[in-house]
Design a binder for this molecule. Structure first.
Ligand code: ARG
Length: 563
């Protein structure tokens, strides 16, 4: 049952206001002694020509209070206290019946969302920023699907552009074949960095690189073969990371995929009279929108990143007929997406309004700023491996005899990294701090996973519950607060869809874990002589584990049964 709706309906029976307007006015009081929902009567004062506190009194008298323990007034507020026993019972029963489907719905059935995430660049390291995009995109994919969306995950690989001309030059001059086979990305990065160093001394290298890329664009065999090799080597490495993370895509159509689809787009822009010459380059002027022009073709005739994004958006609309196209890309690219979306709109494609840039902050390590050009990067594989190693150390200290230690360390270590990315508002920068993110009792992945494993261990010890259950005996503050949270799972998911913000689900599961630990620390579960109460509490534990598992699953994090 949706209690907020129930409150709104009961008010609606007495005042002639729009139900959705009433729902918006309803508040969650800051303290439990003020009830579970509050309705402020200020807004009614004008219509009723009465002081708000008198209106509150009157409403209280007239109202049907069924389903509530009590309704009280406090000044201008009407405070609703839920029927605790009913809430606990119906919530637990619903969770245990729906299991892995608890929290889901088919609210968005028939709608399609294209999600563009991860998108690392070929021949360059899969770096910590791309993991930001990967974890947010993967979580949104799961969250939207859970509410009925048909999702299409696209990896818009950075596999095209003038840098490939540079790489071809660098390859021909400096490659160490052996190193390339052994550690492809490291070797490609090394020669790419060398190219930039050498080009400073000898600018003709840039010219050569441009010519290489032109040949590649025109489909020349030799250049295409090299490019294909770089791409295959890179993808092999990227796929290792995706496997570790358990991330999948429905399409790997990267930038090169649009090479033969851009002419048509440029033509369309031209036909619509939007193409302007600017020092030899072709651009779409956007001064009416107070943003710099969108470059379509450079003066040498080459297309750019933006041209490929225009072609990609049109291709996606045609192929998937999306209701939403979500680009999970760092906030520094906000202007780029504004230019692309505005250009699409000017072309007459009103669906551009359904294209959304979902930005995110920077990833920092102890105040170091990393530049790919100088070769300063942290390889993701190393980051994940380190997290798993550190986790294994902690497990060895805490629970040496644990079975499958390596497997647990892997799930917890990788989960901890993903959790760190998804924990705060995505626009916020992240500072990696091992001690903090691997702690078992902060607001961390391991803390939530540990809470789950703790619950599971209780359930294993207790065995199957067969006797009678009396939920009215679950009458403590801790039990009610936990059950109320469990009940709010779907609301948290919907809020995260509304803001395209997975952190709302992350914060939610942290709150559940905290409430569970409060309950667990305050109340005995196993050593109770009252069987009906014990059984009720065990069911609450089971329901909590169920919700934690579902919520972590939406974030792309596995649970472990023991830890
Ligand atoms: N490869 C790009 C980068 O690393 C991200 C691509 C994002 N997607 C897009 N459609 N532009 O910055």
């Amino acid at each position: 049952m949706d209690y907020k709706k129930l409150v709104a309906e009961r008010i609606k029976e007495n005042v002639d206001l729009d139900i959705s307007f009433i729902e918006k006015l309803i508040e969650i009081p800051p303290k439990p002694e003020m009830g579970d929902f509050a309705f402020p009567c200020f807004q009614l004062a004008k219509t009723f020509r009465k002081a708000p506190n008198l209106i509150a009194e009157e409403l209280k008298e007239k109202m049907n209070k069924e389903g509530f323990e009590k309704v009280e007034t406090k000044g201008p507020y009407l405070n609703f206290f839920l029927d605790k026993e009913d809430l606990i019972k119906t919530t637990i029963e619903q969770i245990l019946e729906e299991k892995e489907a608890y929290g889901s719905s088919d609210m968005f059935k028939g709608k399609t969302a294209v999600l563009d995430y991860s998108a690392p660049n070929i021949a360059k390291p899969f770096h910590v920023g791309h993991l930001f995009s990967t974890s947010i995109g993967n979580a949104l994919y799961k969250i939207l699907s859970f509410q009925g969306y048909k999702c299409v995950g696209v990896n818009h690989l950075g596999d095209w552009g003038t840098q490939f001309g540079k790489l071809i030059s660098a390859y021909r001059r400096w490659v160490d074949e052996e190193a390339l086979e052994k550690e492809p990305i490291k070797e490609l990065l090394r020669i790419y960095v060398k190219f930039h160093e050498e080009a400073e001394k000898d600018p003709s290298l840039e010219e050569e690189a441009r010519a290489n890329f032109k040949k590649l664009e025109d489909g020349s065999k030799e250049e295409t073969e090299l490019w294909t090799r770089f791409k295959d080597l890179s993808l092999k490495e990227f796929n290792k990371v995706y496997d570790e993370l358990g991330v999948n895509f429905d399409s790997f159509a990267g930038e090169s995929f649009y090479n033969d689809k851009m002419d048509a787009v440029v033509d369309e822009i031209d036909k619509k009279g939007l193409l302007t010459d600017s020092n030899g380059a072709k651009v779409v002027m956007l001064e009416d929108y107070n943003i710099p022009p969108c470059i379509i073709k450079k003066s040498d005739g080459a297309t750019i990143y933006a041209t490929r994004d225009l072609a990609a958006a049109m291709y996606r609309k045609k192929t998937y007929d999306f209701d939403k196209c979500i680009y999970v890309v760092g906030t520094p690219q906000a202007l780029h997406f504004k230019q692309v979306f505005t250009t699409l709109k000017l072309m007459g494609h009103d669906w551009a309004d359904n294209c959304k840039h979902v930005g995110f902050g920077l990833v920092k390590f102890a105040n170091k700023k990393l530049s790919t050009r100088k070769g300063e990067v942290i390889f993701l594989e190393d980051l994940l491996n380190q997290s798993v190693e550190e986790t294994l150390k902690i497990i060895n200290e805490k629970n040496e005899k644990l079975e499958n230690k390596e497997e647990v360390a892997k799930k917890v270590g990788i989960g901890a990294v993903i959790f760190t990315y998804l924990k705060n508002n995505r626009e916020r920068d992240i500072v990696f701090d091992w001690n903090e993110m691997l702690s078992f009792d902060g607001e961390t992945g391991p803390y939530v996973q540990y809470s789950y494993a703790r619950g599971k261990s209780i359930l294993r010890k207790a065995g199957e519950v067969t006797g009678a259950i009396d939920y009215s005996k679950l009458n403590s503050k801790e039990e009610f607060e936990l059950a109320k949270l469990l009940k709010g799972f779907k609301e948290a998911i919907l809020a995260s869809i509304d803001k395209l913000e997975p952190s709302i689900v992350t914060r939610y599961v942290i709150e559940v874990a905290k409430a569970f630990n409060k309950f667990y620390n305050a109340h005995n579960i196993m050593n109770l002589s009252d069987e009906e109460m014990k059984n009720g509490r065990l069911k609450l534990v089971e329901a909590t584990c169920n919700v934690i598992k579902n919520a972590l699953g939406l974030l792309g994090i596995d649970v472990v049964e023991k830890m």
